[in-house]
Ligand binder design. Structure first.
Ligand code: MRU
Length: 353
């Protein structure tokens, strides 16, 4: 299985996604600042993977603190958390991981620095292992939407590389395959950073899952031709009403899917849902460096002096979404109610109140 990020000998190790598909190499982060840099420059990306890297980065930073007092320890820990919160704005999982590590810190603080360090490392490793288990659970719920022989369209990379392993949207596809279904995947190349062409294609080729690459603008034509049975994508943040922020281009796919009567599914863990945000208008959308649009894989394709706009995500209104697949079950309209119910069920299951 592809392990995207893991803890090893007090370092955070991750597949360097900037190097794919040309080179398979690992980045070894010995300092928390290196983890933040890896999140910012997309060496690690995808909401759940960012969440896991954040938890591990916070544990790594805390491990290297040598405070003279409890107050100093707390201040330094808060600083590290704050720095992670600034790394990327859209993926809810980043903030979810910060909140979970903060809770863990607060609960163990009174036991002293050495205990805090040990407990935070253990918590980060737990978050990583849980992520894989959650994805497998999501696969079990989600595989029901795939029929034998289906052609599935996906966008960006919501695979093993976007998580600790197995994937969300690709996890559902993997689960359907493991069940014995034959299927075929179309993936958009996903401009400007090409997560589809570089990363999803790499994963699917590696596992011999039949897959065809198309450019982003071809999706509508394929749908019209009857070549797509369903669309499955991941999510970076889901508002309480089921509006979904995901990689730029997702909204266009959802509109095209509705026009062509094709079901449109979102697969995401509950940690991607932000109950503090009422609807998609409240989701912060990252705007990235225009160089990503001015160039194609490093080669300049536009004239000097042209203006650029580079939002990294868009928001798909809930009425375009057939269902949201989570580890706790599948939510359908009205999402306000079904999402709240799934979160409730999950809290009861884990003993949280
Ligand atoms: O900019 P990225 O590559 O981090 O964007 C990733 C996506 O948009 C994914 O679809 C999303 O995080 C879901 S990953 C399971």
């Amino acid at each position: 299985m592809i392990r995207t990020v893991f803890w090893k000998d007090d370092t955070v190790v991750m597949i360097d996604q900037k190097a794919l598909p040309y080179e398979e190499r690992h980045l070894v982060c010995r300092r928390y600042e290196e983890v933040i840099a890896a999140i910012k420059d997309l060496s690690i990306r995808g909401a759940p993977a960012i969440g896991v890297a954040t938890a591990m980065g916070i544990a790594l930073g805390t491990l290297h603190l040598s405070p003279v007092s409890g107050g100093e320890m707390k201040a330094a820990f808060n600083r590290i958390c704050h720095e992670f919160s600034q790394a990327r704005p859209t993926a809810r999982n980043l903030f979810w991981a910060v909140e979970r590590m903060r809770r863990c810190f607060d609960e163990t603080f009174a036991s002293g620095a050495q205990t805090v360090k040990k407990v935070l490392v253990a918590e980060a490793i737990r978050i990583c292992e849980e992520d894989i288990a959650i994805n497998r659970q999501m696969g079990i719920h989600g595989r029901l939407v795939i029929k034998d022989g289906d052609h599935i369209l996906t966008h960006c990379n919501a695979g093993a590389l976007a998580t600790a392993g197995y994937g969300t949207a690709l996890g559902v596809i993997r689960a359907a395959r493991e069940e014995g279904k034959t299927l075929h995947v179309y993936m958009d190349e996903t401009r400007p950073i090409l997560q589809g062409a570089r990363l999803t294609a790499w994963e699917l080729v590696k596992e011999n899952i039949p897959a065809t690459l198309i450019t982003d603008s071809m999706a509508g034509f394929l749908m019209k031709q009857g070549k797509i049975a369903l669309v499955i994508v991941g999510a970076d943040r889901i508002a309480a009403n089921g509006d979904v922020a995901n990689k730029i281009g997702t909204y266009s796919l959802a509109v095209l899917a509705k026009e062509n009567h094709i079901p449109f599914y979102v697969a995401a863990p509950l940690s991607t849902i932000d109950m503090g945000i009422k609807d998609g208008d409240g989701i912060p959308i990252e705007e990235r460096n225009g160089e990503e649009v001015l160039t194609f894989h490093g080669v300049r394709t536009a004239p000097e002096g042209v203006m650029v706009y580079n939002p990294a995500f868009d928001v798909t209104p809930n009425h375009y979404i057939t269902a949201i697949i989570t580890e706790a079950g599948v939510a359908v309209r009205p999402y306000e109610e079904t999402i709240a119910r799934l979160i409730d069920k999950n809290c009861q299951g884990s003993g949280e109140s």
